[in-house]
Design a protein around this ligand. Structure first.
Ligand code: AMP
Length: 216
């Protein structure tokens, strides 16, 4: 079973994904997390991806599609996919692979938040670079005092993502509107089960809403 989280940067996909994985039994596949690990380890892909990510652009499909389809697993896999597909050609590649694996998309959770709220959330966000858990900063200095609750690794570091600066955030929102949002219509035209989630409430309220659509 495949569940896809779709929504603009700052919609809370990563936060909700962690809740879904804790509550239901899913393998979590996040292209953003995978790419950040590649950047962190300075791998060949990481070096290529870094400049695209920092600017807020999409990493070219040729580097992404293989990375994700190799992780989809076989017929009975339960995948929670976050950050993919990000454009129509990625959606087509995903469909092809799922058909080949005799798998389907159970539901696409399309999370909606207005731009002002997205910018506000991203300008106060920090993440643990070990486990990618997100944190909300009350002030920029607070970052010095936060410890990650989730990472067993004591050396974990909480930092502001390189692409959570105003210029990259603006670019990521534009890229979402131009390249990713058309995926919503693509799935609707294919009669894929796509539900619109109002992602403006509290984390728990949004999770309550999302949980209704996750068939166990
Ligand atoms: P995210 O953590 O999902 O916000 O992704 C962070 C950045 O990683 C994006 O702004 C892109 O540069 C890159 N990225 C993540 N997923 C994809 C994807 N499916 N296709 C291309 N680039 C991606």
């Amino acid at each position: 079973m495949n569940v896809i989280l779709l929504g603009p940067p700052g919609a809370g996909k990563g936060t909700q994904a962690r809740k879904i994985v804790d509550e239901f039994d899913f393998d979590y596949i996040s292209t953003g997390d995978m790419l950040r690990k590649e950047v962190e380890s300075a791998s060949r892909l990481g070096k290529i991806a870094k400049s695209y990510m920092n600017k807020g652009d999409l990493v070219p499909d040729s580097h992404i599609v293989e990375m994700i389809v190799d992780n989809l697993g076989e017929l009975n896999a339960r995948n929670l996919i976050d950050g993919f597909p990000r454009n129509i050609s990625q959606a087509e590649a995903l469909n092809e692979k799922l058909t080949e694996n005799q798998q389907k998309i159970a539901v696409v959770l399309h999370m909606n938040v207005d731009d002002e709220e997205l910018i506000n959330r991203l300008s106060t966000r920090a993440v643990c670079i070990s486990c990618q858990a997100p944190y909300k900063l009350k002030s920029p200095d607070e970052i010095l005092n936060i410890n990650c609750n989730n990472s067993p690794n004591k050396d974990c570091i909480i930092k502001v993502r390189d692409d959570d600066n105003p210029k990259s955030v603006a670019r990521r929102i534009t890229v979402y509107k131009n390249e990713t949002f058309p995926v919503v219509k693509y799935y609707k035209d294919l009669n894929v089960n796509l539900v619109d989630i109002d992602a403006r409430g509290t984390e728990d309220e949004i999770f309550q809403e999302i949980s209704k659509f996750i068939v166990v």
